[in-house]
Design a protein around this ligand. Structure first.
Ligand code: ASP
Length: 336
């Protein structure tokens, strides 16, 4: 079999603040998305698996401070980081996930390790970190995940005593000075974010179809700003934040995690294709535009099927997203 490969990625969904947007700021997001799509495209062009392509794309998204996963992840109510990730292989239905990890540099690599080297699917907290360390994955000082921008965002959320999902605060000012006495990692400030960071669901994810006709999906997140310690969203839950089955599709979600869990959102796309016989696009649109809004679920998802169809629906004003087919220029977008 020699399928035309395709990879799609997302970097979170949310409310757009057009007033805060300069062309340069917007360009930074497009460039980051494009570079990561090109990297994923190269993995697939080399004949590697969809599983390898989504692992690499999400690893790069985790390392990019523009997105809420890995370095640049949002902070909990205690000012710490608790990261979640998952991955699924549509060929075998093997899956791996970690949640509430504080020191694993790339949670998606830990999830992949769980998939490949354990009989389990989900490891949490200290046990997940011990498992990752035992398999040679890099652990970092938690300060590695912090950025000035996320710290200011967290302070804003604390002042308003809200978690970020229904926060109405203003867009981060990229030029705001670093707080005196802060031990936040020093680096160039983030640009104004095209999507209001206070109303953004910043999970990252990837889905891919490889040259052998196999599908895979991966998702990674810092969760939601000012979340309670120990809170786990949909991202590390197979079926809610991530799902892949060669028989139907591969899906990665982003949005209000509690609602995506209650709607079993990612699996529902696959289930609708299998049981109702509808197309990928119709199934995904039903989940995002009809079912999630019934319980105020906000966000979106990216999905690909075994024929190479791609759909990227969202019910918020924007979603950082893109896809790249073999031999074609990557397509990236932010707004509706
Ligand atoms: N779904 C993620 C969570 O609830 C948040 C996000 O997508 O940004 O943890």
């Amino acid at each position: 079999m020699n399928t035309t490969t395709v990879i799609a990625i997302h970097g979170g969904a949310g409310t757009i603040v057009r007033a805060s947007l300069s062309p340069e700021d917007e360009a930074r997001y497009h460039t980051a998305l494009r570079d990561i799509l090109l990297a994923g495209q190269r993995v697939l062009a080399d004949g590697a698996s969809a599983l390898d392509a989504v692992t690499e794309a999400v690893r790069l998204l985790e390392d990019c401070p523009l997105f809420n996963a890995g370095h640049g992840a949002v902070l909990t109510a205690d000012g710490t980081h608790e990261l979640d990730a998952s991955i699924m292989d549509g060929r075998t239905l093997d899956a791996g996930a970690v949640c509430c990890v504080k020191r694993v540099r790339n949670p998606v690599l830990a999830a992949r390790c769980v998939l490949e080297r354990s009989d389990h699917v989900l490891f949490a907290g200290d046990g997940a970190e011990a498992f990752a360390a035992a398999h040679g994955l890099e652990l970092v000082d938690p300060a590695y995940f912090r950025t000035d921008a996320r710290h200011r965002q967290w302070q804003l959320a604390r002042e308003q005593q809200r978690a970020m999902l229904d926060h109405d605060g203003a867009t981060l000012a990229a030029s705001a000075p670093k707080d005196a006495g802060s031990n936040v990692r020093s680096e160039a400030p983030l640009p104004h974010e095209p999507i209001d960071p206070n109303r953004k669901f910043g999970t990252v994810g990837a889905v891919a179809l490889d040259a052998h006709g196999h599908l895979a999906a991966a998702t990674s997140t810092g969760g939601i700003t000012n979340k309670r310690i120990g809170r786990v969203g949909d991202s590390p839950l197979i079926g809610a934040g991530c799902y892949a089955d060669d028989a139907t599709c591969a899906v990665s979600s982003t949005g209000s995690g509690e609602m995506f869990i209650r709607m079993v959102a990612a699996y529902d796309v696959a289930a609708q294709m299998a049981y109702r016989g509808v197309s990928l696009e119709e199934a995904a649109a039903d989940v995002v535009m009809n079912r999630l809004p019934r319980i105020d679920g906000r966000g979106g998802l990216i999905a690909v099927d075994a024929k190479g169809n791609v759909t990227l629906p969202f019910n918020t004003e924007g979603m950082y997203r893109g896809f790249a087919r073999a031999g074609a220029e990557p397509v990236t977008a932010i707004y509706r």
